[in-house]
Design a protein around this ligand. Sequence first.
Ligand code: ADP
Length: 371
Amino acid sequence: MITLVINSGSSSLKYQVREGDDVLAEGLVERIGEAEVPDHAAALDCVDRDVAAALGDRGIDAVGHRVVHGGERFSEPVLIDNEITRAIERLNPLAPLHNPAAVTGIRAITDKWPDMPQVAVFDTAFHRTLPERAWRYAVPDELYRKYGIRRYGFHGTSHAYVAQGAAELLGEKAFTGVIAHLGNGASVTAVRAGESIDTSMGFTPLEGLVMGTRSGDIDPSILLFLLREGYSEQDLDTLLNRTSGLKGLAGTNDMRSVAEAAASGDDRAALAIEVASYRLAKYIGGYHVAVGGAQALVFTAGIGENAGDFRSAVVSKLGALGLELDEGLNAERSKKARTISTAASAFPVLVVPTDEEAAIAGATADVVRRS
Ligand code: ADP
């Protein structure tokens, strides 16, 4: 089955065409809304041209969409119809930057190819198994009932894919352990018997770890304090989402630059790595307890897969759990799933590369075959 995977942003559209593990075409259409590409329909025409050139006389069989927010309704990928599209649209207030773009992408495909099977794959779906004690905030119940204020969790497609990969590497049927997805956005998930039981992102992808430009956990009173100091809602949004995290501490959001700066003696960069790795180590300790003893700790995504020094900074703080990295294995560069701990480590530390497009394409093909 040839699948087109679409990740729609408000002004960009990322796509990949896959047949099983083969990537037949991929690309990014940017600046949607400007003269050359006035809307998502025009962006899709660009994709169609590229795809036709790559596929020749073959065509796309199905489209899989990455949808950030599936709210409380969606616990797995679904075949899209008008009702599903409207349900995704109703979740717009929960993901105001992301879901409207996904809906626009879905409607553009429906207009262009009315008979094309389309599947929505949700970032939140894997975390629908969180027990209530993990998803509740300790605030009046009315906030949950009226606004849906609770923890949802994100990066679920990646965490689910990596949990599967870790189980295969360990020779287990289902994975129990801790997965750290460390990209520009970062989250850590506690997985028990293949199910997510806790995760660091919450109502939005802002909670939890120190990220490229996001603060992660802070005392909420800081916001009240800054409001009284004259900060506007927009100022706070920018502060928490765009100018905090590694960027706030070290001046750049890119881990490669932070690591290089730290290695050449920049104290702020070294501090940023310490704050980020300490925060993550605390979560890992907590989630080791939550899952009842991890089978493995898994690193994934841009930083998790490539930044050996950062992995080392994290694991060096987990000596109390009996974890020990093999620094030789940790320094190796590889795109394969692998073990990077010593034989003496209390449980293995793994690197399992994530591939959200592969996961979305796989889920799309499954849903279409079943329907
Ligand atoms: P996104 O969340 O945008 O998908 P990625 O998963 O691509 O992000 O991760 C991006 C992060 O990975 C950046 O901070 C980047 O600096 C970091 N990264 C990528 N390669 C390396 C590397 N070789 N060493 C250190 N950090 C790396």
